[in-house]
Design a protein around this ligand. Structure first.
Ligand code: FES
Length: 121
């Protein structure tokens, strides 16, 4: 494992996602309770980017089908609930899930020093 400088501290804000590219991956950075958090910017449902997702209460919601994840742990909280923000009935949620079982986000270890954010890769 090594540490890579990914962003300046001031670029990473609470309630917003700052996307960087590290080791060939798109990574989303944000703050929860002031602490920097990082996760691979790829929804585990269909691999769509989460960078336009809604951030609220330490969770990110996928803008495509409404799956929701705890940003700190990556834990799945909701799985395929909407289509582009429109609520779906249960049968449609199951159809849209396309057999994919609920899965969590891939999180990365992040730290800060000297005004910069570092990721463990
Ligand atoms: S791509 Fe994110 S919930 Fe479907």
């Amino acid at each position: 494992m090594s540490q890579i400088e990914a962003a300046k501290s001031g670029e990473v804000r609470e309630g917003a996602l700052h996307v960087v590219h590290v080791g060939g991956h798109s990574v989303a950075l944000t703050r929860v309770g002031g602490r920097v958090q990082a996760f691979v910017n790829k929804c585990p449902h269909l691999g769509m980017p989460l960078s336009k997702g809604k951030i609220e209460g330490g969770a990110v919601t996928c803008p495509f089908h409404g799956s929701k994840f705890d940003i700190c742990s990556g834990r799945n909280m909701d799985w395929v609930k909407t289509l582009l923000g429109m609520p779906l009935p249960g049968w449609a949620q199951n159809a849209l899930a396309m057999g994919k079982k609920p899965a969590g986000l891939k999180t990365l270890s992040a730290s800060e020093r000297d005004g910069a954010v570092f990721l463990e890769v």
